[in-house]
Structures are given as structure tokens and as C-alpha cells.
Design a binder for this molecule. Structure first.
Ligand SMILES: Cc1ncc(C[n+]2csc(CCOP(=O)(O)OP(=O)(O)O)c2C)c(N)n1
Length: 250
């Protein structure tokens, strides 16, 4: 019989711990599909960060390293520099990347490190039960902004693609979403491209993937997808913010 659906080889065959309605599992799969389709599983080293995806090393069927909170780009830099033939990626949440790890990501991008960053923006600290993240939206209620985020008290949400696009270092910056199947397919293409940039030694590549956290948002899985489409996508416009290969006409 013809196989029409199977787990990517780059994923292990274990049940995930993610909550119902969380899109981390989808994004893991997209990363694994990109690794499979490029045939790079044996040379890939992933860096798991801190947050809900802390157990990513259990789910990716490639070499993995655990980094302390926010330090994944620095750890990935070290691995890539001593093992330049390896394909190195980080997988980081918004609390990890845009809060405690802001310095690491900005400097890795500015240096144009030849690594791939998968940045999962779910607008909240998921693992620690829903505190406000740098990417929480204005008006968004979280455990630490129970009346909703205000500019006066907490300032504006940080747009990482736009911020990193002010630097000369990055080779590829793209924002995608997981709110419906069409966008999931587009997200997969962007993640694959971010690995291809590394293969072609173009330098720093980051894909920001808008994601749900239905449990901490206090929504059903279906409503979380709707909320993401109606609230996150307008504030975090999807698209390509840098692509050096487009300039080269590739
Ligand atoms: C140095 C340090 N500070 C704080 C924590 C606690 N901590 C663990 S996960 C987390 C939030 C992670 O949120 P995010 O990166 O958005 O990932 P998510 O869980 O939403 O996927 C925090 C604050 C920690 N582990 N280490």
C-alpha cells in the first residue's frame, strides 16, 4: 500500500507533552520536514531553549544541545564555529528570545552567524503559566497584566523581525503564522529556506512563527487560532523582512 502520511524521520516516535491547541507540535513537524527534505538529519544539531519547548531534544531525531534561558544563539554560535559542517538551529520562544535572550539574538544577528533560528512567538510565557512576554499585545490579559497590557505601564510589544531588519548582519528574516493550513504550508517553506540559507553559507536566518497558547490565553483551541488571526497577524505583519538571495536574483 502507498504511504500517504508518516512521521518525518527527523522526529522521534514519542507522545508530546504540549497542551491541546498549542502549535509547538506543528512547528516541530515543519522543522523536521525541512530537515528531511534537505537530507541533513545526520549533520543537524539543534539547540533547545527554555520554555515549553525545553523538551525539544526528546522530539527531534537529531543531535540536540540544551541552552540556558535566552542563550541559545550564543550556544549555537559556539557549535557552528567549531563544527562548521554541521547544520545548527535554535528553537526559542518569545520569552526566551525577546526577553532574557534579547542581547544574544541581536548580537548573533549583527555578527551574521551562519545559524538558523526558529522563533516561536505565542505572545506569552507559556511554560511558567502565562506571564506577560515582550510580545504580548496591547490590551492582552496575562497573569502579570491582569487588566490588560498598557503602553503607560508596560510599553509597546517588540517586533523582532522589524528590529533585526535594522541590522546589516541578517541574511534572511521572515514572519509566518500557523493559524490555518495555508499559512502552515507557507511557514514550512520559510523554515526550509532558513536552513537552505545556512547550507549556502549566507549567514543568519530567522523565521518568526506566530503560535497559539490556548491554555494560557484562556481560550478553546479553535478560538485561539481565530484570536491569533484577528489580533496577532495585524500587529505582526507576515512577510519577508530580509532575503539576501532575492537581491542576488536567486
Ligand atoms: C534564567 C531563567 N529565568 C527564568 C526562568 C523561568 N522560565 C522558564 S520558561 C520561562 C518562560 C518561557 O516563555 P517563552 O520563551 O515565551 O516560551 P513558551 O513557554 O511560551 O513556549 C521562564 C520565565 C528560567 N528557567 N531561567
Amino acid at each position: 500500500m502507498k504511504t500517504v502520511f508518516q512521521k518525518p524521520e527527523a522526529m522521534t516516535d514519542v507522545p508530546m507533552h504540549y497542551c491541546p491547541g498549542c502549535t509547538h507540535g506543528i512547528i516541530h513537524r515543519l522543522v523536521a520536514e525541512a530537515i528531511d527534505s534537505l537530507g541533513i538529519r545526520e549533520q543537524t544539531i539543534g539547540v533547545a531553549s527554555v520554555g515549553c519547548s525545553v523538551f525539544a531534544y526528546d522530539y527531534f531525531n537529531c543531535d540536540m544541545q540544551q541552552a540556558a534561558h535566552g542563550r541559545a544563539p550564543a550556544v549555537a554560535t559556539g557549535i557552528k564555529r567549531v563544527r562548521p559542517e554541521a547544520m545548527v538551529f535554535t528553537y526559542q520562544g518569545d520569552g526566551d528570545l525577546a526577553s532574557i535572550g534579547m542581547a544574544e539574538i541581536v548580537h548573533a544577528a549583527a555578527r551574521g552567524e551562519n545559524i538558523t533560528v526558529v522563533f516561536v512567538n505565542n505572545a506569552i510565557y507559556g511554560m511558567t503559566s502565562g506571564q506577560m512576554a515582550p510580545t504580548s499585545l496591547l490590551g492582552q490579559k496575562t497573569a502579570t497584566s491582569p487588566r490588560g497590557r498598557t503602553v503607560e505601564e508596560m510599553g509597546y510589544p517588540i517586533k523582532m523581525c522589524e528590529l533585526l531588519a535594522t541590522l546589516d548582519g541578517p541574511a534572511y528574516l521572515s514572519r509566518v503564522s500557523t493559524h490555518d493550513s495555508r499559512h502552515v504550508l507557507q511557514a514550512g517553506k520559510a523554515i526550509k529556506k532558513a536552513f537552505e540559507m545556512q547550507q549556502q553559507k549566507k549567514g543568519f536566518a530567522m523565521v518568526e512563527v506566530l503560535s497559539t497558547c490556548s491554555v494560557n490565553w484562556g481560550m478553546t483551541p479553535a478560538n485561539a487560532l481565530k484570536w491569533m488571526a484577528e489580533n496577532m497577524v495585524p500587529y505582526y505583519p507576515l512577510g519577508v523582512y530580509r532575503d539576501v538571495t532575492a537581491k542576488e536574483g536567486n
